[in-house]
Ligand binder design. Structure first.
Ligand SMILES: [Mg+2]
Ligand SMILES: [Zn+2]
Length: 183
């Protein structure tokens, strides 16, 4: 057995506008709205052998609009709603101009998740609703899917890089990605 066979494929998923409704600088659990198709999609991905990671820019922390604890409360609510389907939550708390290496479209969060959880990026996907999410996946060496929820309809028109797939929402993304696995 080669070392490579122990590596798992993953789905890296943007949070706002992809898993949940886009709310500008979401900071309160009571404003959290999970799309009805999200949990079935996550279940299908896990059943197909993918590990799931959330990768999110949360500059509202750097802007002092909300605290890191406010964000953790939201992630805890998501963890409960999804019943352990998500392996890890990775976030960038910095301001856009901070020059960090973790804010999407930089790839430090993906690289950290990949090394902590033995992920094969070449068999993995990045799913998000923005141009920046597509670029993040391309930068990290994953396949990419733009969803048309959140900012997706708008960002479809301004894409600099073409994603592997465009899907109406994460439910359709799951069906199409899993169908590709089966050839
Ligand atoms: Mg988003
Ligand atoms: Zn950062």
């Amino acid at each position: 057995m080669t070392e490579n066979t122990q590596l798992m494929p993953a789905i890296f998923i943007d949070r706002d506008g992809t898993l949940i409704e886009e709310v500008n600088f979401l900071s309160r659990v009571e404003d959290l709205r999970i799309f009805p198709f999200t949990k079935p999609a996550l279940e299908a991905f896990v059943a197909a052998g993918f590990r799931l990671f959330i990768v999110t820019n949360q500059s509202g922390i750097g802007r002092e609009l909300f605290t890191e604890n406010d964000m953790h409360d939201i992630h805890e609510a998501l963890r409960e709603a999804f019943g352990g389907l998500i392996t890890g939550f990775y976030y960038c708390p910095h301001l856009p101009n901070a020059g960090c290496d973790c804010r999407k479209p930089n790839t430090a969060l993906i690289e950290r998740a990949a090394s902590e959880h033995n992920i094969d990026l070449s068999r993995s996907w990045f799913i998000g609703d923005k141009d920046l999410d597509v670029r993040t996946g391309i930068n990290a060496g994953t396949k990419t899917c733009l969803v048309l929820t959140g900012y997706g309809e708008k960002h479809k028109e301004i894409l600099e890089d073409q994603p592997t797939l465009i899907a109406d929402n994460i439910g359709e993304a799951a069906r199409e990605i899993i169908a590709l696995l089966r050839g």
